[in-house]
Every structure is written in structure tokens, then in C-alpha cells.
Design a protein around this ligand. Structure first.
Ligand code: CP
Ligand code: NVA
Length: 307
């Protein structure tokens, strides 16, 4: 293991299973500690957002502050980026000021350009392709509730989006079996599936991608869903809602196919009545608030390891 100091985290693809394990172990320590070592003292972290955010923004700002550093929130449109300054020029300039960059962007390629043009480590706070920080928090939540990862079964029901892509890779790298149910034409990114399948060969995870939600949820330890309309897809709203609802909505009946004691996960923000019913997300099997809290612990772990 090369260590994580100075490393970019653009997706879970670049992290080995041992590195993911290291981040999760550090996250568990962060979750137990009230006070954490001031590892980011004198360090500044730029947080660039091209899209809205609640969890990612606040967890990273808080994480940097709790570690003794200084976060700088930067809205894409309030930077010169919004007036056409290139991503590569922006990266070169920020690199002269800050110690790390976290960015939420539409195009994953912009993250690659940021990383190529800055020595400072770059962390993906969500792109069209991946959401690695979210999935680290989800894996931590699974550990907290199920006491292990290897051999668990996670069912993802809904849109094969950025969250689904990263979940596939995260599960495959950590020995979690994953079954995805999505409508045809709304599957995960083929490259992400390929990477997950490669990782599964080593970890022994099983990966299945089908159309049948009941089949996917059967015998699962956790059921996961996300919005049917990711940021930037608002124009497809009507078509998507009529494609996904009612078949791909996570409701109480679908939950009965899971193991007793299965947990419900959602990266949030949630749309009650669309991808999930109120009785599920606000019900006894839902662990979404712990999952959201874990964004803070994993953000602190990631920052303390890369800086
Ligand atoms: N789950 C997540 O990334 O939430 P935000 O969009 O609020 O950051
Ligand atoms: N798939 C969602 C995740 C939001 C955290 C989106 O991209 O909007």
C-alpha cells in the first residue's frame, strides 16, 4: 500500500481494498472521538461546488474546521470559472494557495483536469459518474449496523446513476454482494460495472444487474435507493417518473423480500412518494440519519489521510 498522503480520490476505482479498509477504520475512530487531533492546522481546503449541496458542503466544511484547518467554500458561478476561465488555469492558481481541493462538478472530466493541473490532492464531492465519499459513509453505516462487510448483500433499486456506480465498486472491493434492479436503459455506467466485476474477482463478491426489484431485494441485508432525477436531469422529470414509478419505488411491500432486520439506506436528499415511501424512510428500518452523519466522520478520515 503506497499510503494515501497526497492522493487524489476521484473514484473508488483508484483505491485498493486495503486503502478503503484504512479509511473506514479511521472513520470509525473519528466517529467515536469528540475531539480529534488538529492534523489540518495551517492547512486550507478549497471546496468547489458547481451544483447545490447540503451534506457534502457542511460535512466537509465541518471536517476541515474540526481538524483545525480552514475551508473555503467556492461556488462555481461566483468564481471566474462561471465566466469561462478554464478548469486547468483555475487548478494551477488554487494549487498555489490551498493544500487540497474538494469539488462537485457536472462532468467527471473536469475533476480529472483539476487533478492533472494541481499537485494538491483532489477529492470528488460528486460528479456525473461517481460519488466516492458517499459510498465510504454507506460502507461505514453497514459496518456499524451489521458488524462486517464481507458476505453481506446490498440491493440497489432505482436509477443506475453516480451513486449506483460508486456503490457497485465499493461493494465489489469490500466483499459485499450487490444486486441492482433498474429499468432497461437506466443502468449503471458500463465502465463502472466492468471495474466492479474486476474487483469482485478478487473479493469474491457477486454482482447482478437486472430489472426485477423483488428478485434484487430477496435475502438482502440492506436496501438502497436514490433520486430518480439527479441534478442536471430535471428536463427528463416526467419521463423518468413514469418509467420508475410504481415498479422501482422502495415501499413496505418491497422491504418484506429482504432479511428481517435489513436496513434502508438513501444518500439523500429524498423525495418521499417517488423513489421511497414515507413509511419506509421514516420507519424503523431506515438508518438514513446515521448514514448522513457518517459523511462527517468519513470526510475527516479522508482529509486526515490525504493531507
Ligand atoms: N448525499 C449528498 O451528497 O448530499 P448533498 O447533495 O446534500 O451534498
Ligand atoms: N444522484 C444524485 C445524488 C445527489 C447526492 C444526483 O446526482 O443528483
Amino acid at each position: 500500500m503506497a499510503g494515501l498522503k497526497g492522493r487524489d480520490i476521484l473514484s473508488l476505482v483508484e483505491l485498493s481494498p486495503r486503502e478503503i479498509d484504512l479509511i473506514l477504520k479511521r472513520s470509525s475512530i473519528m466517529a467515536r472521538r469528540r475531539k480529534v487531533p488538529q492534523q489540518l492546522r495551517t492547512k486550507t481546503v478549497a471546496l468547489i461546488f458547481q451544483k447545490p449541496s447540503t451534506r457534502t458542503r457542511v460535512s466537509f466544511e465541518t471536517a476541515v474546521a474540526q481538524l483545525g484547518g480552514h475551508p473555503i467554500y467556492l461556488s462555481w458561478n461566483e468564481m471566474q470559472l462561471g465566466r469561462g476561465e478554464t478548469v486547468s488555469d483555475t487548478a494551477k492558481v488554487l494549487d498555489r494557495y490551498v493544500n487540497a481541493i474538494m469539488a462537485r462538478v457536472f462532468s467527471h472530466d473536469d475533476l480529472v483536469v483539476l487533478a492533472e493541473n494541481a499537485d494538491a490532492p483532489v477529492v470528488n464531492g460528486l460528479s456525473d459518474k461517481h460519488h466516492p465519499c458517499q459510498i465510504l459513509a454507506d460502507l461505514l453505516t453497514l459496518i456499524q449496523y451489521k458488524k462486517r462487510l464481507k458476505g453481506l448483500k446490498v440491493a440497489y433499486v432505482g436509477d443506475g446513476n453516480n451513486v449506483c456506480n460508486s456503490l457497485l465498486i465499493g461493494c465489489a472491493k469490500t466483499g459485499v454482494n450487490i444486486a441492482v434492479a433498474r429499468p432497461l436503459g437506466y443502468g449503471p455506467d458500463p465502465e463502472a460495472v466492468k471495474r466492479a466485476e474486476e474487483a469482485a474477482e478478487t473479493s469474491g463478491s457477486s454482482i447482478s444487474i437486472g430489472e426485477d426489484p423483488e428478485e434484487a431485494v430477496k435475502g438482502s441485508d440492506a436496501i438502497y435507493t436514490d433520486t430518480f432525477i439527479s441534478m442536471g436531469m430535471e428536463k427528463e422529470k416526467e419521463t423518468r417518473l413514469s418509467t420508475f414509478i410504481p415498479r422501482y419505488q422502495v415501499n413496505k411491500t418491497l422491504l418484506t423480500y429482504a432479511k428481517p432486520g435489513a436496513i434502508f439506506l438513501h444518500c439523500l436528499p429524498a423525495h418521499r412518494g417517488d423513489e421511497v415511501t414515507k413509511d419506509v424512510i421514516d420507519g424503523p428500518q431506515s438508518v438514513v440519519w446515521d448514514e448522513a452523519e457518517n459523511r462527517l466522520h468519513t470526510a475527516k478520515a479522508v482529509l486526515s489521510l490525504i493531507l
